[in-house]
Design a protein around this ligand. Sequence first.
Ligand SMILES: Nc1ncnc2c1ncn2[C@@H]1O[C@H](COP(=O)(O)OP(=O)(O)OP(=O)(O)O)[C@@H](O)[C@H]1O
Ligand SMILES: [Mg+2]
Length: 249
Amino acid sequence: MPRTSDPADRDRPAIVLDDVRKTFKIKHTHSFKETFISAIKRKEISSDFNALDGVSFEVPEGQSVALLGRNGSGKSTTLKLLSGVLQPDHGWVRTRGRTAGLLEVGAGFHPDLTGRDNVYLNAAILGMSKEETDERFDEIVEFSEIGEFIDTEVKRYSSGMYSRLGFSVAVHTRVDTLLVDEILSVGDAPFREKCTAKMLELQQQGITMFVVSHNAGEVRKLCERGIVLKNGRVVFDGGIDDAVKALNG
Ligand SMILES: Nc1ncnc2c1ncn2[C@@H]1O[C@H](COP(=O)(O)OP(=O)(O)OP(=O)(O)O)[C@@H](O)[C@H]1O
Ligand SMILES: [Mg+2]
């Protein structure tokens, strides 16, 4: 997808969620016997669970937003809807331009391929051509600090090395909206600092950011706005400091 450069588009939001609901089925039986009996009795053995319900918000282009909430509140589900991995059961999700990012550590990495091959694979998944990736390859490897291990199969990598390489590919991809789920919580302190600096640099370039993090300090540095989810609903949407307070209060 081309980068949007039409000035008339500038005031249009990068992200729109309108009354979004995402429903999952949850199973209630554990044993084969239970499953068998309920099949005979035609009894419902699963029920619907709304991971998100009635979620609406807009993000203007160039804004950096933190999505906050306790475990299981629906943050990753929201990011998966934005990246197109999941579809809503009700309502609308709209994103403009190229939307990509790092949703799970090592997601999209093939364990049997080398770091080098995975960089090309991941970049392709994120929509980059081989030529574009060639151009940025050295920068990606340098940022990741993977060094000579770039030609080792990634199944031999430590979890920190995995996330360094994944983050490095994501931030060197040409995107309009960068989605980041929890990546700031992995890696050691110096690398986290480098990630934060890189994200601030991308902000300067006008990239829209949508970040999930449990680290209040880091999101305060990165984001101007915070949206707080609770049991799949938006309970706060406003300035980042008040959002962090709303989360803890
Ligand atoms: N594929 C799925 N099938 C069934 N339930 C799911 C599925 N994906 C997510 N859920 C449920 O939806 C709810 C929200 O999950 P989600 O991963 O969005 O939470 P989260 O806010 O990212 O939590 P965390 O902070 O732990 O990462 C959870 O109760 C989870 O169990
Ligand atoms: Mg999550």
